[in-house]
Design a protein around this ligand. Sequence first.
Ligand code: ADP
Length: 447
Amino acid sequence: MFQKILIANRGEIALRVLRACKELGIQTVVVHSTADADAMHVRLADESVCIGPPPSRDSYLNIHQIVAACEITGADAVHPGYGFLSENAKFADILAAHNITFIGPSGDHIRIMGDKIEAKRTAKRLGIPVVPGSDGAVTDQKEARRIAAEIGYPVIIKASAGGGGRGMKVALTEADLEIGLQTASTEAGAAFGDDAVYIEKYLEKPRHIEVQVFGDGAGRGVHFGERDCSLQRRHQKVWEEAPSPALNAEERARIGNICAKAIADLGYSGAGTIEFLYENGEFYFIEMNTRLQVEHPVTEAITGIDLVHEQIRVASGGGLSVRQEDIKFNGHAIECRINAEDPRTFTPSPGTITHFHTPGGLGIRVDSGVYSGYKIPPYYDSLIGKLIVHGRNRVECMMRLRRALDEFVVDGIKTTLPLFRDLVGNADIANGDYDIHWLEKYLAKEE
Ligand code: ADP
C-alpha cells in the first residue's frame, strides 16, 4: 500500500480523495494555487505545497510543478481527481518515468479513449454496441454522402479530438451535410489542432446512460451498474441518478456484463465509465472516460462500495476487493450538482458565502469543500458541492431529496438550488420520463 498520496486537484473532489486516504491510513499531500490557500482541502491535508498562481495552466495543469511537489514531499502516488490532468496520458507517462504511481489507467489506455475515432473502433472490437456511422475519419464529400445515405438522416458530424460537447454539427439533409463537414473540420482544426471528423447517426430522443466499470489490470473486470445522466444543459450534467428509471433488470445485466467483459479483455486498470446513448431499448457507445466521475457517489450509495478506496487498492497492486457477484444494488440515489451560478441564466456567481448550512439525516450525503465565510475564487469550475440522497426506492429518494433541498442554505451568492427545488416537484421528473433534451426545453419554457 502507498505511504503518501499527492492529490492533484481542488474543491470537493480533493476533499473526497483526502477522506478516502485518511480512512486507509495513508498520508496526504495537496497542491494548491495561491487563490486556494484557504481551501478546505489545504486545511485538512497532512502537507500542502503551493504550486503557482491562480490560472489553472500555471498551477493545477503544471505537470513540472506537480512532479516537483511529489519529489519534495516523497509522495509515492498521485490521485488526479476528475478534470485537470486526470485524462492526460503524458502526465501518466511522466509520473511512471519518475517511479510515481498514477492512480488511474495506463497512459496508453488514456490515449486510446481520448481519441474518439480510436475509442469507437476499440469499443466495437470489444463487442460494445456503437452508434452506426463511418468507420473512421471522413474527408471527402462523396464518401460522407454515401455513409449518410446508408445510415439515414439526420446524422451528426463529430470531431475526433472533441470534448465537452464541442465540435459537433447535426445535418438533417444532404445540403446540411456538405456545409457541416466543412465547418466541423475547420472548427476542430482550430479548437483541437486536429481536423479529423467522423459521421454517425443522430439519435433524436436518447437518454444518457453510463456504466461504471473497474479493471484490475490483470484481466479481471467488473461493473457497478449504471447511472442516468440525461438531465443536461449544454452537454453539462445537472442531475444524475442510479439506477436509471428507464432500464429493467435484464437490460442492466446485459449492458453491464458487456462492459465488464470489455474492460477485462482490454486489460484496463482502475475506474472507468462507458457512456451510451439509449433509445428504444438499444445502447449506443459514445465515449469512455478513463477516470473517476463527478457523479460517482450515486453508484457508491446504491452499492455501499467506496470507489476511491477501490481505485487506490487497484493502483497499489492489491486488486479489486469485490467480485461481480459481491456487488449488490440497493435502493435508489440522486445527485444534484450545486453550482455557484444564477439558477436561470447559469452565469457564474463567485463571491463570499456568508452562511452555509447543509442538510442531514438518514440517506443524505453532501460532498463540498466550501464553508461559511469562504470566498469562491473566480478562476475555476463553478461546482461548489453535490447533494446525494439515497432511499429504498425512487419515490422515497425523491421525498427525501425534496426535504433535503428545503434544509440547504447557501447565502451570499447565487446557486442552482432553486432549480432543483422546481425539478423535484415536476411531474415528468417524478415519473422518470425525460431524455437528453428535456432540461433545455424546460428551461426555455420557463423564460
Ligand atoms: P463530448 O466528449 O464532447 O462530451 P460526446 O460524444 O460524449 O462528446 O457527446 C456529447 C453529447 O452530444 C451527448 O451526451 C449527446 O447529448 C450528444 N450526442 C453525441 N453523439 C450523438 C448522437 N449520435 N446522436 C445524438 N446526440 C448525440
